[in-house]
Design a protein around this ligand. Sequence first.
Ligand SMILES: [Zn+2]
Length: 136
Amino acid sequence: MILNEFIKETSRNQMISILLKHYKVGNVRVKLKSMKDFAHFNVDAGTLELSTRYKTLKSSQVKEFLITILHEINHAMDAKMFGWKKFKEMYEMEMNLQITNGKDPYEDNKFEIQAEEFGQKMWKYWKSKFKKQNLI
Ligand SMILES: [Zn+2]
């Protein structure tokens, strides 16, 4: 393992904490978890579960990592705005609606589409910001 190819855990944690504070969801806790997906926002627990594959962040993973974090933060922002109980209901209703329409409950879910657009729109901005701060 070539050490400088990896971004230290402290830098990764710093980036996450800067993002959570910026989007005013600083109460969200982050947990590393072994899982298939890159990340998951646990609306019941208010935790952002992050795949252990991001334990050490490779330079080649930065884009994917930022999009993933921003995507989950967008869910957290919605949960904060509507209240987690209400948000959960709305999310489930949206899933049912897509299923009823013969569509995919995740791929065609408006909350998922919105979160993904948010990540795709914002990651470059944060990449250059974090670069200037020597975090990546
Ligand atoms: Zn999502």
